[in-house]
Design a protein around this ligand. Sequence first.
Ligand SMILES: CC(C)(COP(=O)(O)OP(=O)(O)OC[C@H]1O[C@@H](n2cnc3c(N)ncnc32)[C@H](O)[C@@H]1OP(=O)(O)O)[C@@H](O)C(=O)NCCC(=O)NCCS
Length: 160
Amino acid sequence: MHFELASDEHNYMLAAESQFSRLEERTCRPILNGKRVPRSNEVVTFSFGMDGIDELVGRFEYFDINARNQSAEFGYSVNSKFRRRGIGTKMLLTAITHLFSTTTLNKLYCQTAAFNTASIRLLEKLNFHQDGVLREHHELDGELWDDCIYSVLRREWREI
Ligand SMILES: CC(C)(COP(=O)(O)OP(=O)(O)OC[C@H]1O[C@@H](n2cnc3c(N)ncnc32)[C@H](O)[C@@H]1OP(=O)(O)O)[C@@H](O)C(=O)NCCC(=O)NCCS
């Protein structure tokens, strides 16, 4: 066996070969008219406030909505002045309950670094499932850390 960098002619032959296998089997990404739908840059953000506090206490956003497998990724952040008071917990409960009741999304997932104790504690407290670990995926100050993927499915979601 040998290998070489594909030439234009090879690429043409490889493209023709791909017609013999279904794109749906090769990707989980949305497909339209036989082609992958490009990733959208759309980000939907919810901002959170609290009575008696005249600044925002948190933010939840979701993005990379995949209409084919009905999933979306999300991220979140609590104003550093108001952490460790249960706001992150309330914010995720509110945002995720809202998404499952107002959209047809089936799965919500997020990616968080193994060093992010607060984030991991929050997700585990809410019974998110750890789908996997991306090893040495997250560079911080020259060190490579694992990233963890957590998710919840519509049928699993119950407010605690
Ligand atoms: C992660 C984050 C949203 C948590 O928000 P929060 O309002 O402090 O969370 P809560 O007060 O609801 O705490 C949730 C749980 O995490 C624990 N926790 C929170 N901060 C912690 C910390 N620094 N170390 C250890 N545990 C922590 C709490 O004790 C609580 O667990 P418990 O109920 O068993 O005691 C907040 O730390 C943050 O905004 N971090 C920066 C942004 C970020 O990392 N986002 C996630 C990227 S995917």
